[in-house]
Design a protein around this ligand. Structure first.
Ligand code: IVH
Length: 518
């Protein structure tokens, strides 16, 4: 009786999960779904003997942290040759047609996430493994089970008893923006781009965290002995029937012109997609032709990736300013004439360090190329020398700290300059205190960056120890701080003495002592 009810709930939840996440066509309300899920979870808790690693209830993840076992891939995960040039792409097509005659290609989007290999046995998800070095990767099954678009049990019954399917774990922009907003509010470091965020999330140790990160999974390649298909297109259609999310952007192309048109379409069209892509993958459709063409040491000869060029804009470099971090590291920042790039207005870009600036011979007044390669902070990639003013002179890097005037130093093996005046350089002092109060360190709520600056400017704190001598009365006298928030801050500071020592150690901001080392 109970066994049947559990099985019925699992079937229903699987079906509605598929309708909601894969087909974007829900049939029932979230409330009805949650009610069924709760009933299933209660029954499973009461009857642990009926548990199943592929039950839809695993989608919410668990707090048990897992070490990732290294697993050898039964079929190696190869990489793709890639090119930015249509001429090279045409040579690729010509080379294949010379060997195999007129050939059918399947064009697909190149999804910009992190590669995953899913193994199914008797229609059930057995394992999910990262690409790793291509020969072996990490077993991240518990985490992947929380990704709603990964089927835990397959639909239909005509799947091979054992096969692998490869695809990409993606983080949609909406999830990425939400997570970074949360991280920013918590004073945590931001993910540079959705690809890093997807890869980082997959290596999270608690699957319940993964479950909340809004990952997606698109599949694009089957692997197995004796797959029941003669071509790739057929395998994609079948995979979709079995419940996998397979992109509907794939097309069969028979000529170079059709492939060019596909690329031109998506070079523009990709900006409207909800997840990142960085090119188009062109694959031979017919498996017999694939076998005939074979492999190089690293990649199949029957497929190639055409990569979209990063979006670029040309604008004037008005001036260079220098930021001093809490460790004293100096970062040169370009102040640009505002320019529109990939949908946002760019005013500043990183110049990394002195060496990078010298290499590009960047000078204020130059017209420079700005690129956004999926990173949050745009970078300068070159100078248009033809537009350089005649009286321009090479840029001379600063030799003293812009904040405290101390001569800068360079440490062996490091690209950046440092201000060595740790005890007297204001942004270093303030930066250290801000680091100390971060959520991952002492977690002192109510004390934001601005308040720390205010405290420092008013001579109330000079190092982290001073925080613990503060009195509510001193705080309440500061502009913008009332008695109530002053009390809260003091309570929060006093409370922070309870955090475990590893967080104190991390909070001290010792070089090379990050969260993990601490
Ligand atoms: S096929 C043997 N198709 O690109 C060919 N790969 O540079 C296996 N990728 O590791 C890959 N979208 O992570 C293929 N539609 C697509 C893809 C795709 C993204 C990634 C994949 C692979 C890398 C190769």
């Amino acid at each position: 009786m109970i066994r049947e009810r559990i099985e019925e709930l699992r079937r229903q939840l699987e079906y509605h999960n598929f309708r909601y996440y894969v087909e974007n066509a829900p049939e029932i309300s979230d409330f009805e779904f949650d009610t069924m899920m709760r009933e299933l979870q209660d029954l499973e808790r009461a009857h642990p003997e009926l548990s199943d690693p592929n039950s839809p209830s695993v989608r919410v993840g668990s707090d048990i942290t897992s070490e990732f076992r290294s697993v050898k891939h039964r079929f190696p995960m190869l990489s793709l040759g890639n090119t930015y040039s249509l001429d090279e792409l045409h040579e690729f097509i010509a080379r294949i047609e010379k060997e195999a005659g007129p050939t059918e290609f399947v064009c697909e989007l190149k999804f910009d996430g992190t590669a995953i290999s899913l193994t199914y046995e008797d229609g059930r998800l057995l394992r999910a493994v990262t690409r790793g070095d291509g020969t072996q990767g990490d077993d991240v099954t518990a985490n992947v089970r929380t990704v709603r678009t990964v089927p835990l049990r397959l639909r239909g019954d005509d799947w091979p008893p054992y096969f692998e399917i490869r695809g990409e774990i993606l983080m949609p922009y909406a999830s990425f923006d939400k997570i970074n907003a949360e991280r920013e509010a918590a004073g945590e470091t931001l993910f540079a781009n959705p690809r890093n965020a997807a890869a980082g999330t997959l290596k999270q140790q608690a699957s319940s965290v993964v479950a909340r990160r809004g990952l997606d999974c698109t599949l694009y390649q089957l692997a197995g002995d004796d797959l029941p298909f003669t071509n790739h297109w057929e395998s994609l259609q079948k995979a979709r029937e079995w419940g996998f999310k397979v992109s509907d952007a794939a097309r069969i192309c028979r000529t170079a012109e059709q492939i060019d048109a596909y690329i031109a379409h998506w070079d523009e069209g990709r900006h409207a997609l909800p997840f990142p892509t960085d090119g188009v993958v062109i694959k031979v459709n017919d498996f017999a032709v694939r076998r005939q063409l074979g492999f190089t040491a690293k990649a199949p000869k029957w497929a190639v990736a055409y990569k979209f060029k990063a979006e670029q804009a040309l604008t004037r470099l008005d001036s260079v300013s220098f930021q001093v971090g809490r460790t004293g590291a100096i970062t040169p920042v370009a102040n640009l004439e505002p320019v529109l790039l990939a949908g946002t207005t760019v005013r500043r870009a990183t110049l990394h360090n002195a060496e990078q600036m010298a290499l590009l011979d960047i000078r204020p007044g130059d017209m420079v190329y700005v690129e956004k390669g999926g990173e949050i902070i745009p970078k300068i990639t070159g100078v248009d020398l033809s537009q350089r003013p005649a009286d321009s002179k090479p840029f001379e890097y600063i030799t003293v700290c812009p904040e405290c005037g101390t001569p800068l130093v360079r440490y062996e093996g490091e690209a950046k300059h440092y201000c060595p005046n740790q005890g007297g350089c204001p942004p270093q002092i303030v930066g250290r205190i801000i680091h100390f109060i971060r959520r991952k360190a002492m977690d002192i709520e109510g004390l934001g960056e601005e308040t720390v600056e205010l405290l420092y400017e008013n001579g109330l704190v000079h190092d982290v120890a001073d925080l613990y001598d503060l009195k509510a009365g001193q705080l309440a006298e500061l502009p913008r701080l009332g008695e109530k928030s002053a009390d809260n801050i003091i309570r929060s500071i006093r409370g922070s003495v309870e955090v475990p020592f590893r967080r104190v150690l991390f909070g001290l901001g010792i070089r090379f002592v990050g969260e993990t080392t601490a």
